[in-house]
Design a protein around this ligand. Structure first.
Ligand SMILES: [Cu+2]
Length: 196
């Protein structure tokens, strides 16, 4: 699954369930405060040993929590399962820039160029301290750690320029550790790759 679709689906599902629960619990609470206030209901009722209620309030929240888990899990597997035809680019984080190395050993600094409509797999590692490679528009972020290579993938569907950030405080110039992602047409990408 495209990470953008999976992550957004998990976000909106959990957000909407939370809103429904917040509203539902608040409304019932206000109703109970008024309906069962001391002057109207001086002797509290005893609901111990009500097995139907016990089963209800055990099973329903369990199902809600499991449904959130399911939505989150399917988004996570989408993030980790890279399509086989993905184009690979090596990414190195260092204080304080991002280096990109392509198939033909072409290297760029702080500029990642990729072709549109192609799954892109980035193999990420750090040369020094811990950085975090983050492309907000594609909902992907992983820590870049020396000696611990990792990866992420995304599917650019539209031409354009997107932000890349370091999302882990890595030193005094951390806030300047930004890069640009350029999504270009397949043809422009081939031309660009051959340029010196
Ligand atoms: Cu950094």
């Amino acid at each position: 699954m495209d990470p953008v679709i999976g992550v957004d689906r998990a976000f909106w599902y959990i957000f909407i369930v939370s809103i429904i629960l917040l509203a539902g619990i608040t409304i019932v609470m206000i109703y109970f405060v008024i309906r069962y206030r001391r002057s109207k209901h001086p002797v509290p009722s005893d609901i111990r040993d009500n097995w139907k209620l016990e089963i209800f309030w055990t099973i329903v929240p369990t199902l809600i929590a499991l449904s959130m888990f399911w939505v989150g899990w399917s988004s996570y597997t989408g993030l980790r399962n890279v399509p086989e035809e993905a184009l690979e680019v090596e990414v190195l984080g260092q204080m304080f820039s991002w280096i990109f190395v392509y198939d033909n050993d072409k290297e760029t600094e702080n500029e990642l160029v990729v072709p549109v409509d192609t799954p892109i797999k980035l193999n990420i590692e750090s040369l020094d301290v811990i950085h975090s490679f983050f492309i907000p528009a594609f909902r992907v972020k992983v820590d870049a750690v020396k000696g611990l290579p990792t990866y992420l993938w995304f599917l650019p569907k539209k031409l354009g320029e997107y932000d890349i950030l370091c999302a882990e405080y890595c030193g005094t110039e951390h806030s300047y550790m930004t890069a640009k992602l350029n999504v270009v047409s397949q043809e422009d990408y081939r031309k660009w790759l051959e340029e010196e």
